[in-house]
Design a protein around this ligand. Structure first.
Ligand code: OGA
Ligand code: MN
Length: 300
């Protein structure tokens, strides 16, 4: 026995992991237990462990290959010495932001789905937190799919959507992008609306982000109507977990099984998080009728 303890944090998803010191080498048994817990709870929280940047990178590598951050609005890595680490912060030094996403709300999304192989997961480590606000929420996309009304399941079976790469979750335009007026022309990858989890095979709703999303092959208003219904269902409070950050919290989430969002916080307070990502395998579709994918919009 490795001695680790996994305690559920909400009925929908999330678990606290204790009894493990992430500064120490982790045995193969401990790693197997952690990965099993990750695949079961989708969001794992480790409390009270301050990791240096090299330690954060080392822990991340135990879960898979490092996936570098996507393009930020400023066009260069936030940490010159550790370009694999992303910084999420509202802090400015000498007028320049030290990190991404500012102090505003970050709307529901999952990370970097505008590329073909979005990250499998991510770590977020709280190095400085505001006295209030800035809570992060995750929602369980397996439960979202499984509890979807049958007519909506049928309506999305075998269908795919465009995942726009123009804006980040804080509404900031990424470097080199231009305004989108028609979602059908948005740049970004196409993914099935229902995917198979790479480890467990369990079906998950895969929505990316709402802004400029478009279901391929549908009329624009028909697509918007269906997307609104899916998003309303997927972001219900009973499918989510709320993380009220404590200093030094480290959260690992599954980016194929969850959506996340963040509350805004007082701009005069400081929030500094260091963040890593784990590379994901190709996205694979889940269909009720196995042939649907060939007949549907994702063909070719
Ligand atoms: C992220 C993200 C939310 C937060 O790091 O991908 O969306 O709480 N962060 O900072
Ligand atoms: Mn995110």
């Amino acid at each position: 026995m490795s001695g680790i303890k996994v305690t559920s944090l909400s009925p929908a998803l999330g678990a606290e992991v204790s009894g493990v010191d992430l500064h120490q080498p982790l045995s193969p048994e401990t790693m197997a237990e952690l990965k099993a817990a990750w695949n079961k709870h989708f969001v794992l929280r480790f409390r009270g462990q301050r990791l240096s940047d090299p330690q954060l990178l080392e822990v991340t590598r135990k879960f898979g290959e490092l996936d570098p951050p996507g393009p930020n609005p400023y066009g260069k890595p936030f940490l010159a010495d550790f370009p694999e680490i992303n910084v999420i912060s509202n802090v400015k030094e000498g007028g320049a932001p030290i990190g991404n996403l500012g102090d505003g709300e970050a709307v529901w999304h999952c990370d970097m789905t505008y590329i073909d192989n979005p990250p499998r997961g991510a770590f977020l480590h709280a190095l400085e937190i505001p006295p209030a606000g800035g809570d992060t929420f995750w929602s369980n996309m397996h439960l979202a799919y499984e509890t979807l009304p049958e007519d909506l399941k049928q309506a999305i079976d075998g269908k795919g959507a465009i995942h726009d790469s123009t804006y980040n979750s804080a509404g900031m335009m990424r470097k080199g992008m231009k305004e989108i007026t028609d979602p059908r022309e948005a740049p970004g990858a196409q993914h099935p609306l229902v995917i198979r989890h790479p480890d467990t095979g369990r079906a998950a709703l895969f929505l990316g982000r709402r802004r400029n999303s478009y279901i391929v092959g549908m009329g624009l208003s028909e697509s918007n109507e269906l997307l609104d219904a899916l998003w309303e269902h997927a972001t219900q409070p009973h499918l989510s977990f709320r993380q009220v950050w404590k200093l030094n919290d480290l959260i690992l989430w599954d980016n194929r099984s969850t959506l996340h969002r963040r509350d805004s916080f007082d701009p005069t307070s400081r929030r500094v998080m260091h963040r890593t990502q784990i590379k994901g395998p190709a996205v694979t579709p889940f269909t009720i009728t196995p042939d649907a994918i060939n007949a549907g919009a994702l063909a070719a």
